[in-house]
Design a protein around this ligand. Structure first.
Ligand code: IMP
Ligand code: MG
Length: 191
């Protein structure tokens, strides 16, 4: 019998922790941003919960667009990345804030950044909810980070394991034995 979500996961950041962290981050972003209009580009699918909370706390003029960065990963390993985006008109000459759920190896954000820079924004900065310690394989760090977390696989608050668990209102650790327990799906999933 398959275990229920609440039996599988262990809370890492509670709803209260997440609210405080996103509050803190939005104040930091607003202070550094000034009064210039902000063009937010969210990376689907993992950003959706964080993005929804973040934009309601940012008291600056802003617009929101979304891009899909599919890493075609089976479970927890990265595959090839494709960035489906056609936002030239929205990005050219604008001050952009790229928003994603988690900075793990860093390849996804670095590749999305490179794509967006082709559209010649006036400036581009990056905000992530989570930064996973000790995993980075790139020479880049996001300007805005809400939480630094240990190197464990986390789910909830938008983050998934094979498209499960995104709806959990808290952030939880999925234990390695439960990673194996989940139904296999080799078709890959979106970030
Ligand atoms: P990166 O390219 O290795 O930085 O990671 C890219 C994507 O992998 C993130 O945007 C997430 O969608 C996903 N990812 C990385 N670590 C985790 C995790 O612990 N839980 C859920 N998704 C993750
Ligand atoms: Mg993602």
């Amino acid at each position: 019998m398959q275990k229920r979500d609440s039996q599988i996961v262990k809370t890492l950041l509670s709803e209260h922790d997440l609210r405080e962290g996103v509050d803190r981050l939005s104040r930091q972003i607003a202070e550094q941003w000034g009064s210039r209009p902000m063009t937010i580009i969210g990376v689907l699918t993992g950003c959706v919960v964080f993005l929804a909370d973040l934009i309601r706390r940012l008291d600056v003029p802003l617009r929101v667009h979304l891009v899909q960065a599919s890493s075609y990963r089976a479970g927890t390993t990265r595959g090839d990345l494709t960035v489906a985006v056609d936002l030239r008109a929205e990005i050219q000459g604008q001050d952009v804030l790229l928003v994603d759920d988690i900075f793990d190896t860093g390849h996804t954000l670095v590749e999305v950044l490179a794509e967006l820079k082709k559209y010649q924004p006036a400036s581009i900065r990056t905000a992530v909810l989570l930064f996973k310690e000790g995993r980075q394989e790139v020479e880049f760090e996001p300007e805005f980070i809400a939480f630094r977390i240990p190197n464990q696989f986390v789910v909830g608050y938008g983050l998934d394991y094979r498209d499960d668990f995104r709806h959990l209102p808290y952030l939880a650790i999925l234990e390695p034995e439960d990673l194996r327990d989940r139904p296999a799906d080799e078709s890959g999933a979106d970030g």
